[in-house]
Design a protein around this ligand. Structure first.
Ligand SMILES: [Zn+2]
Length: 73
């Protein structure tokens, strides 16, 4: 007996977001954040992000603009 669920195509939607500079649309934007040491992972884990952002493309403080770069198909 065949399973009717087999062959049903699941369409996976993947949205890819780019964080860009509000001044120059560059992508070398950095966010102030707090990292917390995780002894189990033996690495710094991002704990909290702040609103203050800096762009290395135009060397200034900026606002972050989110851009959806998924191809819409
Ligand atoms: Zn910039």
């Amino acid at each position: 007996m065949t399973n009717p669920a087999v062959g049903v195509m699941m369409r996976v939607m993947i949205m890819i977001i780019e964080q860009t500079c509000s001044h120059c649309s560059g992508t070398k934007v950095f966010l102030d954040a707090l990292a917390k040491w995780n002894t189990f992972k033996q690495e710094w884990v991002l704990h909290q992000e702040y609103d203050h952002a800096y762009c290395r493309d135009c060397d200034t403080e900026c606002d972050i603009t989110e851009r959806n770069i998924s191809n819409g198909t």
